[in-house]
Design a protein around this ligand. Structure first.
Ligand code: PEP
Length: 252
């Protein structure tokens, strides 16, 4: 089964509107050159509208890094799925490890956010991944399967198929320490098996991204593995040349 590769940039709390839109010429040139690959940018909420406008007419998707699970209401500082689609977003990241481990989001909150993203017709990237202590204890697969089970509970198969899963071992995020291709493939294969068993036949076409200190040097080795369908890139996505170099490595 050939799945289109997706290379996604998580800009976290970086870039003003001017800095974000300065990225656009490089992205336009990259998509014109790199056939058969999808690109997506996840800027801060504040840059979604400007970036969506600047990338209109290209195949580059723009998404947000988070959303609230309610459609509206007294939730000071929060942003709903409808607000994101209104601003031009078509995708959203849910359950990033910084949301889980820095902001304290539980599996239950992540599940509510995934459901809200699907209700708002956004394509979610659901992040899962274990802590170093959990890997050292040999529990990485159990942790990831628990996160998947919680997030997909009650999600219908046709909706679930719209989800992109990103395996991001927490010990590899922003640390310069990347999972070896064999370790990444082992987990991606386990995620695919879990999806086949619990989501259904659509699992074969669902994309599973790897994230954790991906750069232009390690991308080719990772993307060569059967179940690695792209990347969620943090630090190395902040510079146009390095993000485009990763996309080039992924497009083979
Ligand atoms: C991320 O934040 O999703 C990420 C993978 O970051 P980095 O590439 O910097 O490790």
């Amino acid at each position: 089964m050939s799945r289109r590769k997706l290379i996604a940039a998580n800009w976290k709390m970086n870039k003003t509107v001017a800095e974000a839109t300065a990225f656009v010429p490089a992205l336009r040139a990259a998509v014109a050159r790199l056939a058969g690959i999808d690109l997506a940018i996840f800027p801060s909420f504040f840059c979604v509208r400007a970036l969506a406008d600047a990338l209109a007419g290209t195949s580059v998707a723009v998404g947000a890094q988070d959303l609230h699970w309610e459609p509206n209401g007294a939730f000071t500082g929060e942003v709903s799925g409808a607000m994101l689609t209104d601003a031009g977003a078509t995708m959203v990241i849910v359950g990033h490890s910084e949301r889980r481990h820095v902001m304290g989001e539980s599996d239950e909150i992540v599940a509510r956010k995934l459901a809200a993203a699907l209700r708002a017709r956004l394509a979610p990237i659901l992040c899962v991944g274990e802590l170093l202590s959990e890997r050292d204890a040999g529990n990485e697969k159990a942790v990831v399967e628990r996160q998947l089970a919680s997030a997909f509970q009650g999600v219908a198969e046709e909706m679930a198929a719209r989800v992109v899963v990103a395996y991001e071992p927490v010990w590899a995020i922003g640390t310069g320490r990347t999972a070896q291709p064999d370790d990444a493939e082992a987990m991606h294969g386990a995620v695919r098996s879990w999806l086949s068993a619990h989501v259904g036949a659509e699992a074969v076409s669902m994309r599973i991204l790897y994230g954790g200190s991906v750069n232009a040097g390690n991308a080719a080795g990772l993307i060569a593995r059967e179940n690695v369908d792209g990347f969620l890139v943090g630090g190395a996505s902040l510079d146009p040349a390095s993000f485009v170099a990763i996309a080039e490595a992924a497009s083979g």
